[in-house]
Design a protein around this ligand. Sequence first.
Ligand code: MG
Length: 178
Amino acid sequence: MPREPRGASSPPTTPTHTTSIRVGIGYDSHRYAPRRPLTLGGVLIPSELGLEGHSDADAICHAITDAILGAASLGDIGEMFPDTDPANKNRDSVGMLEAAVRRISTAGYAVGQVDVTVIAELPRLAPHRDEIRARLATALGIDSQSVSVKGKSNEGMGWIGRKEGLACIAVATLIRKR
Ligand code: MG
């Protein structure tokens, strides 16, 4: 039987170690609290309600930090920055994100792209979206076109619908540098 020519159905021959893409997911949630800042994606958003937390409670940064650490199988934010360590109290979460980027970079990865969904009844994210994307892009070492930030309400359902707090889900891809 004649051999079929190599075509679209042939298995890829590019070595996977040069094109390897890894995917990670991160989740975070924080409770609303009065007299606390509301910082999301490194941007301080004017609001009567802020977010409670040991650090600055920046749920976007925390979810992305877990996504990139997860993509590289390099642990998680709680292990890198334990809330039992007083040094982490009110810590700037963009700094935590940058530390995670350095960790995955040392392991041979660069961030490819990030997609974030914030599930919250407040604040409205749209007016702050581009500033958040730019801030995150700088921290991640990528173009802001590679950072997506989306806001969703929870249609009034459950603890998010009752405005007890907000949640954030992030997906990140990492590219092998060598
Ligand atoms: Mg958190």
